[in-house]
Design a protein. Sequence first.
Length: 191
Amino acid sequence: MLEEFHIEPLQNRRTLIIGEVGSGKSYLTSMLLREAFSKVCKKDITILDFAPHKKLLNGLVVGGQLDDVIPLGPDCIYYKSKAIRAPRLEGGNKQNVMKLAEHNAQYTTKFIRMFLSSPTPYLFINDLTMHLHSGNIKLLSKAIQKSSTFIANAYSGSTLTQDHGSGISKRERELLEIVISIMDILIDLSP
């Protein structure tokens, strides 16, 4: 099913890939990125990787950065951090979940600002939902508007709802609806 998607129909459009944990969001994003690399200059593509490192949850792989899936050489504009964490999985209580979400927002905000300081025609974001937990939606919207081709993936499901009363899951859902409303194309990989 994922092989039916190609970069050409997504060019000069805003595309969001959503789905449950393990649905193939990052894999599809990496496939589209690989195809974009073959069609346009790599310097015209910025990649913002908001995903934490891979974790195992009930036999499913959660998270994972794009360079785990596709080789991204030194000539790529690729922003990621090993410090990004999985708040709902690692937090343990309300205060820690919120602290981790705010910690992540520092990195995601920094990456978005780096893109805005030197925008490229193509913008790819892996795990956009990590920014939605505590980040500024207006800043994200500005980055989406600055790119001519926007492709991102975001978690949308019921597996990761336990947020220990922090409210990040509710905020994530509400802000994801705003992001969806400004997209041209929505690819839903949910079963």
